[in-house]
Design a protein around this ligand. Structure first.
Ligand SMILES: [Zn+2]
Ligand SMILES: [Zn+2]
Length: 196
């Protein structure tokens, strides 16, 4: 087998298994560990994979290297990093949702099994703790994700200013959770309960 063929095989293996030991690769391909290390080097340099202790893993940062993390856990739509909502479970696995809407729905389903929840600031695109974030619903800006649409902000002040310009209501984490689930259950008026 040529080095290029082995690299193709390694790439395919890493996409299905996510993590593989060097020793396992050398055994499967019938070559030495040294050869595998040489084959892996350019793949590490191009960012497809990362080296881990005794093996290699798919580099989840690299677009397309791990297709499974690019679809929403809830609605299967494509994930845009700047809108995404990450759920980190107590067993250290991570689930990604396309937006705060799906993130909050999944949050409820996973209650008790969650370690952390992270979303993105809609204005600054930075990551923020979902529990301390502020959520805007019923705004006139539509970002073509799920409805009812929920945008997240790191600062209450920013969320309020956004609402001033584009309409809608600001909710804290528990309020947004409550509102979304009531609304999904058929009560579409919940945003009127909140006084601004
Ligand atoms: Zn979704
Ligand atoms: Zn969505």
């Amino acid at each position: 087998m040529l080095p290029a063929e082995r690299q193709k095989y390694i790439k395919e293996m890493i996409q299905t298994k996510n993590h593989i030991k060097i020793a396992e690769l050398s055994k499967r391909l019938g070559v030495s560990d040294m050869t595998i290390h040489r084959d892996v080097k350019p793949l590490v340099e191009e960012g497809t994979i990362v080296k881990t202790f005794g093996g290699i893993s798919a580099n989840s940062e690299h677009t397309g290297s791990n297709l499974h993390t690019k679809k929403c856990i809830c609605c299967s739509s494509n994930i845009h990093e700047r809108m995404s909502f990450h759920l980190i479970l107590t067993d250290r696995t991570m689930e990604k949702a396309c937006c705060a809407h799906c993130g909050l729905i999944r949050y409820k389903q996973l209650e008790g099994k969650l370690e952390q929840a992270i979303c993105h600031d809609f204005l600054k695109e930075t990551t923020i703790d979902a529990h301390t974030a502020w959520y805007v619903m019923d705004t006139s800006i539509h970002v073509s994700c799920c409805t009812p649409q929920i945008l997240s902000f790191g600062l209450e002040e920013h969320a309020k200013q956004f609402v001033k310009g584009f309409g809608g209501s600001v909710y804290s984490f528990p309020e947004a959770m409550d509102c979304l689930h009531r609304r999904m259950a058929g009560n579409r008026k919940c945003h009127q309960d909140k006084k601004q």
